[in-house]
Write a protein that binds this ligand. Structure first.
Ligand code: GAR
Length: 221
């Protein structure tokens, strides 16, 4: 059995409702999961995710990005909270602040993000409306290591759904969100297990390992 101490100490950073956070907490509730969630931090005081984390018995706090000193000071406060808890991995889960190269480099290869599109398509916001406007037949979500260029970095997992004729951004987004909840725990499992290598933009399972970077296609989704 995996002992508690061998599990990677993980923080989840959020800004809003925290449904991806909830999916990660559910996966990590299994003592055999290779990551344990030690803290949830929001950049927005009162973010609904904080209450959900507390209810799940996880330490939850806000580091307000509007505090004194601007962006650098915010990231230093965030970094200090993470280091005070010996955090090894960070999952961005609906964390809607762009992080500077200073923070991203400090946490290189230990900082992962989920984005609601099949990167490198549709970086940025309003991904579902843009996928519909472009006539995409397939859309989805990506979990990736964070690099300093926004929504860029080695892909750990992707999940895809078929776009339906009558889709709206809301209906499409709801199916993509279900995919997000499936692939984020898979991606964290791989990263926390350490059984992979990063070769430039490619994440490859270590030799002899059965766990592979995930690809999920929802049939008829
Ligand atoms: C998710 O769809 C996530 O992919 C997206 O925000 C939503 C957060 O929902 N993230 C981004 O757009 C980051 N650029 P959640 O709070 O319910 O997990």
């Amino acid at each position: 059995m995996t002992t508690t101490s061998s599990r990677r100490r993980t923080a989840i950073l959020v800004s809003g409702r925290g449904s991806n956070m909830t999916a990660l907490l559910a996966a990590a509730a299994d003592p055999a999961f290779p990551a344990r969630i030690d803290v949830v931090i929001a950049n927005v005081p009162g973010a609904p995710a904080l209450e959900k984390a507390t209810a799940a018995g996880i330490e939850a706090l806000a580091v307000d990005h509007r505090g004194p000193g601007g962006r650098k000071a915010f990231e230093e406060r965030l970094d200090a909270e993470l280091r005070a808890r010996d955090i090894e991995l960070i999952c961005l889960a609906g964390f809607m602040r762009i992080l500077t190269p200073w923070f991203v480099d400090r946490w290189k290869d230990r900082l992962i993000n989920i984005h609601p599109a099949l990167l490198p398509a549709f970086k940025g916001l309003d991904t579902h409306a843009r996928a519909l406007a472009e006539g995409c037949r397939i859309h989805g979500a990506t979990v990736h290591f964070v690099r300093s260029e926004m929504d860029t970095g080695p892909v750990i997992a992707q999940g895809a759904v078929a776009v339906r004729q009558d889709d709206t951004p809301e209906t499409l987004g709801a199916r993509v969100l279900a995919v997000e909840h499936a692939i984020y725990p898979q991606a964290l499992r791989l990263v926390a297990s350490g059984a992979y290598e990063i070769n430039d933009m490619r994440v490859c399972a270590s030799e002899g390992e059965s766990t592979t970077p995930a690809a999920l296609i929802v049939p008829g989704g």
